[in-house]
Ligand binder design. Structure first.
Ligand code: HEM
Ligand code: HEM
Length: 181
């Protein structure tokens, strides 16, 4: 139960709980869920943010005092937690959001998200993050950040190509579908 999770949170991750939740299933749409995400992906994002390669004013101050070992410890902790999804609003089975996720938008050269992030958004390899169950608000902000060139680490190139031709409505629809996965 929740008390059990809280008692097992490593010291370095106590501060994270305030925004991401003790088990990484943040309840607040602007704070990403990080439960069940690949440890290597989490660690890489923390290092990218610390090095200011991925700009995040909020996370920057948090990661500044963390050593490489601290980052590995917190990444391991959140990777081990069971992820929980949030229902989609109107993009369940048969929706536009599902279509974009599974087949992309062929006319606009947008590839299927499933081809890199997995049929169920589970994340097929450490470099390809889990998306399933993520808050639509966060997914939307990140896809727009890739498209508009604000999130630009080495791996972001792929997402920049994916999102280049997506409209705000396309992004909102697929993000809503992903939240329910
Ligand atoms: C993003 C971990 C503390 C707010 C992230 C990401 C990770 C992370 C790995 C990237 C998620 C992804 O790419 O899917 C941590 C850890 C923490 C911590 C390990 C403690 C050491 C906090 C705190 C806050 C916060 C205390 C709130 C004050 C955010 C926000 C984002 C984020 C707003 C989205 C960043 C963006 O828009 O670029 N966090 N976090 N985090 N975190 Fe934290
Ligand atoms: C990262 C969404 C298609 C490769 C991400 C993230 C989101 C996302 C929200 C950031 C995750 C986070 O911050 O936790 C989508 C959507 C897609 C799509 C909605 C379909 C429209 C693809 C495709 C590829 C791809 C087709 C491969 C060609 C990646 C990679 C990252 C990523 C490599 C990690 C970037 C990094 O390390 O910062 N994607 N994605 N994505 N995506 Fe996608």
């Amino acid at each position: 139960d929740e008390d059990d999770v809280v008692s097992k949170v490593p010291a370095q991750a106590q501060i994270c709980a305030g925004c991401h939740g003790p088990d990484g299933n943040s309840m607040v749409p602007m704070f990403p869920k990080i439960a069940g995400q690949h440890a290597a992906y989490l660690e890489k994002q923390l290092k990218n943010i610390k090095a200011n390669v991925r700009m995040s004013p909020v996370m920057m101050g948090i990661v500044a005092p963390l050593s490489d070992e601290d980052m590995a410890v917190v990444a391991e902790h959140y990777a081990k937690q069971a992820p929980r999804s949030t229902p989609s609003v109107s993009n369940g089975p048969g929706s536009v959001g599902e279509k974009i996720f599974k087949t992309g938008i062929p006319g606009a050269g947008v590839p299927a998200c499933a081809s890199c992030h997995g049929a169920n958004g589970e994340g097929i390899a450490p470099g390809f993050p889990r998306l399933a169950g993520q808050h639509a608000n966060y997914t939307t902000s990140q896809v727009k950040a890739f498209r508009d060139g604000q999130r630009k680490n080495d791996a972001a190139k792929m997402m920049r190509m994916v999102s280049a031709k997506m409209t705000d409505a396309d992004i909102a629809a697929v993000a809503d579908y992903i939240q329910g996965l």
